[in-house]
Write a protein that binds this ligand. Structure first.
Ligand SMILES: Cc1cc2nc3c(=O)[nH]c(=O)nc-3n(C[C@H](O)[C@H](O)[C@H](O)COP(=O)(O)OP(=O)(O)OC[C@H]3O[C@@H](n4cnc5c(N)ncnc54)[C@H](O)[C@@H]3O)c2cc1C
Ligand SMILES: NC(=O)c1ccc[n+]([C@@H]2O[C@H](COP(=O)([O-])OP(=O)(O)OC[C@H]3O[C@@H](n4cnc5c(N)ncnc54)[C@H](O)[C@@H]3O)[C@@H](O)[C@H]2O)c1
Length: 473
């Protein structure tokens, strides 16, 4: 067996694994990444990038149609083939040459194949040709193997060959009828995308629409989906499924109702890619999420094992995984070189923001942008809060932005510290509004100082002033 040694070995070359390796190399250590599929991971080829490319054309069309003067210039409908072709481009046509070239330029070694931990600081890589290479790490092994779509144990569902987010993101055509199981982020984004591309969509949202978000966000998205022709069935649970000889999928709901579709997309959350990575060889449970401390070191992982990104379940988002990667890479370098470890809250070597200040944009119509705690989550955390709401349509910038603008903003204030701990905004094109709130929350900017952060007129950001005015001085 061929053997090779590096300072750090990273299992998985998704956005998170790539970034851990980059930080480690920038810190003066050597690093190798092990990748069994495409360098770039889920985000680049089957998640963030292709799905946003599927959504963007319809969003631009909606924006034009919402403006007298511009709407008259729109003479046709979406060009579905062009949307799919643009999506193909944003997925690099499912080829990773560009990302491999970046790895080379960054001085990171790549081992293609399935990686398995085989003991303390060792990883076995089995290539497609069956040849195995043994890698040893002088300092750390980082698991960044990500997650996969969870398919529930519903009678007949697996045999019905459901789509997961992968098939939806990479679809080469548009099914006439699409049923979606789930009401979360993937379900609402893909309902928005496929409805705009011409599918007749049914969303089966057992637990509601965007149940993790502020309630007004789910309500606005549900109303908008329904207006665009999507059937949204709140509380609907699928009891059994089947696909008949002509390809039609039949779903039977608890209570007996039936739904027919040409494809069914399962979007009920994720499962960690840890079933076959050798966790048992180091006393950990195969198939489990890898719990970590704030420096991303695996609990009971011997001190040399780290886990970053989706696989540790802290936050399943690319930007937050990459934030963890920067902390993990830097702390591995610090520990390897004997430099001081800065693991105090908000220190260089910890991912403090994971707990309290995670930004997310759901690219539905309307967009939902949020950071920090919802009112419900803040109350559950025992904070004494005050909730301030404002109609987003009632600022001049919004009225100018689109006719019939609909939206809502909410800030959640920690009354004991007089700082914002949560912010949610729903409305057309609000994604870029979010970073101001992220800075206010991470910076723990006192409300009295925020009065001096004056939003420009006439922008949608003026809602910040209105929220402060409602709160009072
Ligand atoms: C449909 C969809 C849309 C999304 N949109 C967004 C979005 O807009 N914004 C956002 O921030 N997040 C989004 N996400 C979440 C985002 O995709 C993930 O948070 C992100 O990909 C996690 O990165 P990662 O590096 O941890 O894992 P992954 O991207 O899953 O990468 C893990 C890599 O490890 C490899 N691997 C796994 N096991 C092994 C092994 N044993 N040996 C070798 N290699 C292995 C895999 O092949 C993969 O390349 C979306 C998710 C989905 C499903
Ligand atoms: N724009 C973005 O940032 C973006 C886009 C897509 C996905 N993602 C990330 O990808 C991850 C996965 O997304 P997702 O939509 O699959 O998960 P999710 O957790 O957002 O939503 C899953 C939904 O399915 C429901 N559910 C769970 N089990 C069910 C069952 N058996 N039957 C019916 N419903 C069930 C849940 O209540 C939940 O509402 C998320 O963590 C999300 O953050 C992010």
């Amino acid at each position: 067996m061929r053997t090779m040694a590096y300072d750090v070995i990273v299992l998985g070359a998704g956005p998170v694994g790539e970034n851990v390796a980059d930080r480690v190399v920038k810190g003066g250590l050597t690093a190798a990444v092990v990748e069994r599929e495409l360098v770039g991971g889920e985000c680049s080829y089957w998640a963030c990038m292709p799905t946003k490319a599927l959504l963007r054309g319809a969003a631009a069309l909606r924006a034009a149609r919402s403006l007298p003067g511009a709407r008259e210039a729109v003479t046709g409908d979406l060009d579905v083939a062009a949307v799919l072709a643009r999506r193909d481009g944003f997925s690099s046509h499912w080829k990773d040459d560009g990302q491999v070239a970046w790895l080379e330029s960054a001085g990171i070694a790549l081992h293609r194949g399935h990686g398995r931990i085989s003991g303390e600081r060792t990883v076995e890589v089995t290539g497609e040709d069956g040849v195995t290479t043994l890698l040893t790490a002088r300092h750390a092994v980082v698991v960044a193997t990500g997650s996969s779509a969870l398919v529930p144990e519903i009678a007949g569902l697996r045999e019905a060959r459901p789509w997961t987010s992968r098939e939806a993101a990479a679809a080469s055509g548009v099914p006439a009828r699409l049923a979606i199981i789930g009401g979360g982020v993937v379900a609402t984004e893909m309902a928005t995308a496929f409805a705009s591309l011409g599918s007749t969509v049914t969303v089966l949202a057992r637990d509601g629409v965007l149940p993790q978000a502020e309630p007004f966000a789910g309500e606005l998205v549900t109303a908008s989906l329904r207006e665009s022709g999507v059937t949204v069935r709140l509380g609907a649970e699928v009891a059994s499924a089947g696909r008949d000889g002509d390809g039609t999928v039949h779903l039977v709901l608890t209570g007996g109702d039936r739904v027919e579709a040409d494809e069914v997309l399962v979007a009920i959350g994720r499962t960690p890619n840890t079933r076959d990575i050798g966790l048992d060889t180091v006393g950990l449970e195969p198939g489990s999420w890898l719990a970590v401390d704030d420096t991303l070191r695996v609990l009971d992982g011997g001190g040399w094992l780290y886990a970053a990104g989706d696989v540790n379940r802290r936050v399943l988002l690319t930007h937050q995984g990459k934030y963890q990667a920067r902390a993990a890479g830097d702390v591995i370098v610090a520990r390897a070189t004997g430099a001081p470890v800065d693991d105090a809250r908000w220190g260089r070597h910890v991912a403090t923001a994971d707990g309290r200040a995670v930004p997310q944009v759901v690219f539905t119509d309307p967009e939902v942008a949020s950071v920090g705690l919802t009112a419900a989550a803040a109350e559950a955390a025992g904070l004494r809060i005050r909730v301030v709401d404002h109609d987003l349509a009632a600022v001049a910038g919004s009225a100018l932005h689109a006719e019939g603008f609909r939206g809502q903003a909410r800030m959640v204030v920690d009354e004991d510290r007089r700082v914002i701990v949560g912010f949610t905004v729903a409305g057309p094109d609000v994604a870029e509004l979010l970073h101001a709130a992220t800075i206010a929350i991470v910076g723990e900017v006192p409300l009295d100082r925020l009065w001096h952060a004056v939003p420009a007129f006439p922008t949608v950001s003026e809602v910040w002033l209105r929220l402060l005015e409602s709160y009072g001085r």
